[in-house]
Design a protein around this ligand. Sequence first.
Ligand code: PGA
Length: 245
Amino acid sequence: MQKLAAGNWKMNGLDAALAEIDALAAAHPSPECEVLICPPATLLSRLAARAEGTAIQTGAQDCHAAASGAHTGDISAEMIADAGGAFVIVGHSERRADHGEDDATVRAKAEATWRAGLTAIICVGETLEEREAGRTIDIVGGQLAGSVPDGATAANTVIAYEPVWAIGTGKVPTLEEISEVHDDIRARLTDRFGGDAGGMRLLYGGSVKPSNAAEIFGVSNVDGALVGGASLKASDFGGIVEALG
Ligand code: PGA
């Protein structure tokens, strides 16, 4: 299984930010892991063009479930493929919270991603309140059951475990806490999808940076990271790519 370093630029980046792609590609011409950047939709095709001939792949941060139609402001998975994207993040906690996306919506978006021939990165994770109430495993298990469509394979799906309280806060669960959740996710996927789930990549996300990446990647069933803040600068993200080598 090839590990995955996925960067999520969120609502950050103007044209000048594409210089980070040049720097990342120059510093890591042949990384051992897969490297993915998901810029805002406005930069998708520019980033894909800029990354051509490098090891850097391009993805989107969200898509609509439909292929086309009267959905002002939305973009479809087919449009993302047309712009040069290979992955789509679906069900990020910021979309679940800011746009009221529930598991059924996320599942439909993951199916749309497959329909366009792309790989879905399906996000799950508990809030601080849920963790403190001892409900983490139940919440994440429920999100997995509801958000991951039938037909998920190691090739078309990546799961990202992102505790909501660790995103952008500098707070990270203990390695034991990460291990408990990732082992449980692997077991649930294997129960539901059989042996193929063994090869499905499980990313950890939430305040990953160069200084904590290596120890997180040492945890069992952590196959890479989904990185927000530390993906914006090539020097930071490069440190995370190196830690996955
Ligand atoms: P962060 O964001 O790395 O800035 O915590 C992670 C994410 O939201 O994917």
